[in-house]
Design a protein around this ligand. Structure first.
Ligand SMILES: [Mg+2]
Length: 209
C-alpha cells in the first residue's frame, strides 16, 4: 500500500457533532417523518444541486436568504426554521481527541487540510473552535471556493494547495457517506466517521503506520 502523504479532514461531524444528527433530532421533536427534516434542510446531500442549502454552501446566497427559501420549501405544513434546526450546534464542543490526532499527524510530516462544506456566516465561529493555523497546511471552505463536496473539484483544490499531491497519496475523513464515496472515486482513501468517531481515528492511525 502506498504511504500516506496527506490527510484531509471534514469539519462538521468529524471535529464536532454531526449537523445531520442535530437536524434528525430537530425533526423528531417536530414529529416529522424520519428523513423529512434532513431533506427539507439539507436537500439531496449526496448530490450538488440548487437546493438553497447547497447554494448557501457554495456561497451563492446569504444565510438569511437560504433560511427563507428553506421555510418556503416546507410551507405550509412543514415550515422549518434553519436556525432552530441547527440551534443545538451552538452548544456543541470540539472533540479534543481529533484535534490531538491532527496535531500528531502533522508533526509526523504528513500534510493536513480541512475540506469543509460550510457557510460564510459561520466562518468565524467554526474557526474559533480549533487552532486552524497550527493544525492545517490548507483550509478549503466551500463557501469561499464556490464548490462543495461531493463535487470532485473541491478535493482537487485541496490537493493542489497541499503542494500538488495525487489523490492516491491522501486519506479523507467525513461523516457523510456520499462525500467519502466521491473522494474514493477520485482515487483517495476514504474513512467514514460514524456517530462514535473513535473507530475512524483508529482506522486512520492504522493507515499511517
Ligand atoms: Mg460533515
Amino acid at each position: 500500500m502506498p504511504s500516506v502523504r496527506a490527510v484531509l479532514f471534514d469539519f462538521g461531524g468529524v471535529f464536532m457533532e454531526s449537523p445531520f444528527a442535530a437536524v434528525r433530532a430537530f425533526g423528531a421533536r417536530l414529529g416529522l417523518d424520519p428523513g423529512r427534516a434532513l431533506e427539507l434542510i439539507f436537500g439531496p446531500y449526496d448530490r450538488d444541486t440548487d437546493h438553497p442549502w447547497h447554494r448557501l454552501e457554495r456561497g451563492e446566497v446569504s444565510l438569511l436568504e437560504a433560511r427563507r427559501a428553506i421555510m418556503e420549501l416546507g410551507a405550509p405544513e412543514h415550515r422549518v426554521d434553519l436556525f432552530e434546526a441547527l440551534g443545538s450546534l451552538r452548544d456543541t464542543t470540539v472533540r479534543e481527541d481529533v484535534i490531538a490526532l491532527a496535531r500528531e499527524v502533522r508533526a509526523g510530516g504528513v500534510r493536513t487540510a480541512i475540506v469543509t462544506n460550510n457557510v460564510r456566516e459561520f466562518g468565524d465561529g467554526w474557526r474559533a473552535m480549533l487552532p486552524v493555523g497550527e493544525l492545517f497546511d490548507a483550509v478549503v471552505d466551500s463557501a469561499h471556493v464556490g464548490v462543495r463536496k461531493p463535487d470532485p473539484r473541491i478535493f482537487r483544490i485541496a490537493l493542489e494547495r497541499l503542494g500538488g499531491l495525487a489523490p492516491k497519496d491522501a486519506v479523507f475523513l467525513d461523516d457523510f457517506p456520499g462525500n467519502v464515496v466521491a473522494a474514493e472515486r477520485l482515487g483517495m482513501r476514504g474513512i467514514l466517521v460514524g456517530e462514535d468517531h473513535r473507530p475512524a481515528l483508529r482506522w486512520l492511525r492504522a493507515l499511517l503506520k
